[in-house]
Design a protein around this ligand. Structure first.
Ligand code: AMP
Length: 182
């Protein structure tokens, strides 16, 4: 059993495949005996994922700063809603409560969280695995840019390789579980 922290949009995005991926990931987490840690909202892909885990009988921990509880419409049906004072505490708390990190499609909040936790890994503050769920090529331009960052001499290959990517929730969880066991 692992605690998987997922960063994802507070919006749904236009492609219905994004919602479907969130739902499939939620169900797969429960089937495989994992629990979910996320930002605690009931809107967008965040809400979709939390609901799919809860529907399947799984456990969900949400972490939300008090000032966002109304604005982001906190999900009040979670197993546990941790209220924190600010965004920094939110990210630290989410990371502390997780064994692995996943990013689904999202906007700047998702990107910021992903890059921060990746940077923490790069600086040796944790060695928890990290993966993107690249649904319908949403993240392909980013992956191309990250590869260019290596070839342009701004990032080591070992750092680039810390961020895995997968095209389906199943292959993503297969890879994460291999890392978590190894
Ligand atoms: P978004 O991907 O922009 O829809 O945001 C997804 C989540 O990231 C939401 O729960 C936001 O509250 C959160 N978020 C937005 N900005 C930040 C930030 N600067 N640091 C941490 N989380 C953020």
């Amino acid at each position: 059993m692992s605690r998987i922290c997922v960063y994802l949009g507070s919006r749904e995005g236009h492609d219905p495949a994004f919602r479907q991926a969130a739902r499939t990931l939620g169900h797969s987490l429960v089937e495989r005996g994992h629990t979910l840690v996320y930002g605690g909202a009931r809107i967008g892909l965040m809400g979709e994922l939390a609901n799919s885990v809860l529907e399947a009988g799984g456990e969900v921990t949400g972490v939300m700063p008090t000032h966002l509880v109304d604005r982001e419409q906190a999900h009040l049906g979670l197993t546990r809603l941790i209220r924190v004072t600010d965004m920094h505490e939110r990210k630290a708390s989410m990371a502390a409560h997780a064994d692995a990190f996943v990013a689904l499609p999202g906007g700047i909040g998702t990107f910021e969280e992903l890059f921060e936790v990746w940077t923490w890994g790069y600086l040796g503050l944790h060695d928890k695995p990290l993966s993107l769920l690249n649904i319908n090529d949403f993240y392909t331009p980013l992956l191309t840019f990250l590869d260019a960052t290596v070839t342009q001499g701004f990032m080591a290959t070992a750092t680039r390789d810390m961020l895995m990517d997968a095209e389906t929730p199943q292959t993503l969880l297969d890879a994460l579980e291999m890392h978590l066991q190894g």
